[in-house]
Design a protein around this ligand. Sequence first.
Ligand code: GLN
Length: 465
Amino acid sequence: MEIVNLFGWEIKEKIERGEISEKEVFDAFYERASSSSLNTFITLAEGREEKKEGKLRGIPFGIKDNILVRGMKNTCGSKILHDFIAPYDATCIERLKKEGGVILGKTNMDEFAMGSSNEYSAFGPVKNPFDPERVPGGSSGGSAAAVANLEVPIALGSDTGGSVRQPAAFCGVFGLKPTYGRISRYGLVAFASSLDQIGIIARTVKDIALTLEVIAGYDPMDSTSSPEGVPPYSKIIEEPCGYKTLGVPEELISGCDEEILNAFQRTLEILQRLGHKIVRITLPHAKYYLPTYEIIAMAEASSNLARYDGVRYGLRVEGESAEEIIEKTRMRGFGPEVKRRIMVGTYVLSKGYREEYYGKAQRVRTIIKEELEEALREVDFIITPTAPFLPFKLGERKEDPIKMYLSDVFTVFANLAGLPAISIPGGRINGLPWGFQVTGRAWDEENLLTFAYHLEREGGWSLRQ
Ligand code: GLN
């Protein structure tokens, strides 16, 4: 088997057995990534760090370009940070490196992780590996397309409202967003801090489990990271899974495209045949998930992005006064989607409207969280498609933000409630990948990954090529 076809954990084992060298592995993926026509990477590593023992020994990683890797450019897909060099490693990167993981490069993304198609990158869109005229999803589209195209076995992304899961579904690979607080956000450039979480994309659940086990856990540099213990996921997933009860929220998925609904229906039948139980659940506030997410995400974004002022770092456009420098820098540095969100976010936080929009959204968020937690007391998991439609054509939704935001209808609730969720590749519809999403109880990645691992092996969802 060619090196680029190997899973991450297989690479590590082969290196340990002396069957392949770290250099051979790095060169094989480097060659594949640097000759890619999909525009997956913004920056490729200049060299390989010296070899280290560890759980991830010699495994190359693609890192979304909003997660800091010391000494490498960190653009966030934006002109405003086009030449910003990261002065330190994000905690997850430090942990990857310590276990022998190798950074292959920084992956393309929608500007500041705002988007669902990668078309809002200042570095050009990423293309879907299954059809170059279509989008790979977003905002971690570079990470998902790179994994699907065998340019890297595992990639990190960030997920604020679906940005790991939706591109994973569009590119036919696995994508996990862990529980809020599971992975330190130190060194992840903030979009909406109460929703942001680092996620993992790979072609097998085992690689996700292995990576999570290394990068998860308390970090004094992020006060929202949890002291909750981190189990050895890569071992646990191999234990028997048992039969699970999965809840289907009918009112949430009813607006989905028919081809996706049909494929989803067939998936539910397979799950039943494997012995799992499918039940209907009611989520009465489902229609408020997306608007609540949008208000909160945009409010937090407008506040987080205030730091790009042309004074401290990144792009600086000169002017006569401080105001002029700030205005011109932001005008030229930010793209249209980012500007749109800063404006809406500023509006919902402005005097006189704050209570009506932001305050209300916060209260609705609490209701949403409670209704999901209640549902998850009755069922083990909530299951939906990951996205309501197939990968769309480049340009199809770019000019229509509302159509673009619809990509997120099934994914935002996990962020609003802080729950772990995984997108599992469902197969192909007309040659294009689609995925379904399984959401679990907070801190229960253990059961979620075990379930996904068993499905991958028994349900015909293996991506072994
Ligand atoms: N697509 C969503 C948005 O545009 C989610 C983005 C994300 O998760 N970073 O806000």
